[in-house]
Design a binder for this molecule. Sequence first.
Ligand code: ADP
Ligand code: MG
Length: 277
Amino acid sequence: MKAATASRREQIRAMLAGRELPGALEAVDSVLSDADSGGVTTAEAIEQLLGAQITLPSNRRLQAAMRSSRLPVMKTLDEFDFSFQPSIKREQIESLHELGFVERKENVVLLGPPGVSKTHLAISLAIAAAQNGRRVYYGTLAELINSLEEARAAGSLNRRLKVLSHPSLLVVDEIGYLPVTQTGAMLFLQLISRRDEDASTVLNKSFEEWGAVMGDEVMAAALIGHILHHCHIVNIRGNSYRMREHTELWQALHSAGSATPRPLPKRPKKTREVKTS
Ligand code: ADP
Ligand code: MG
């Protein structure tokens, strides 16, 4: 493609602006620069320009959903490296992202040690649901309990419970990082029992640990009862993705230091995930 002159660029911009094609207008400069520098072919440039326009409404919807859902970061399944986490059954994760569980108001529990992608997958499920036009909400356990406690103090607990029961998908993250008061545990149980059967919740805590999180075995048992009712369990057994550079460094150092590199320490045994629904 011949380099677009400045005046031709202006003409193109004016045409796009005049026809209310904001997505294409936003992308046109970078697409033309890529084409001018030979980075993309003519067909690719046209595809990118049209693509920018076509995906604009869904991108805007997603951005709005990201803001209202309080998702802390954007994590999608496309960015997920299945080869790093062989204990994860790809079909199960892909099938969950088809959102039948949201339709059926079922829950998902992600189990596994730190860094193995529990938050990543919880967020990518929420994003898939948001892209599908579902209302989603993300909170750490501490944030959710705080907001319930504040509402209770302000005499608006019922309204807050209603707001938090409304989203089709609620992600409860970072469970068990901070101690929960007895009132906090009771309020959270109230929220989960309201959502039971009405909407889906994604959590990441093993059932045996809920007693310690809630500080009360009876409340923990009640909570587990609600969650387990219709529940998909994703059991992740593997290395922390955050530590992968260290593992690679370890490997590089050992390969550099000896002609016959020693093998890496064995990963924990792979376990198949259980699905209960
Ligand atoms: P957890 O919630 O289990 O502690 P995270 O989901 O926060 O772990 O994962 C830690 C970081 O590593 C995040 O930035 C996440 O996106 C990334 N990550 C983890 N596993 C993978 C993977 N298999 N492919 C791509 N990124 C991953
Ligand atoms: Mg996490």
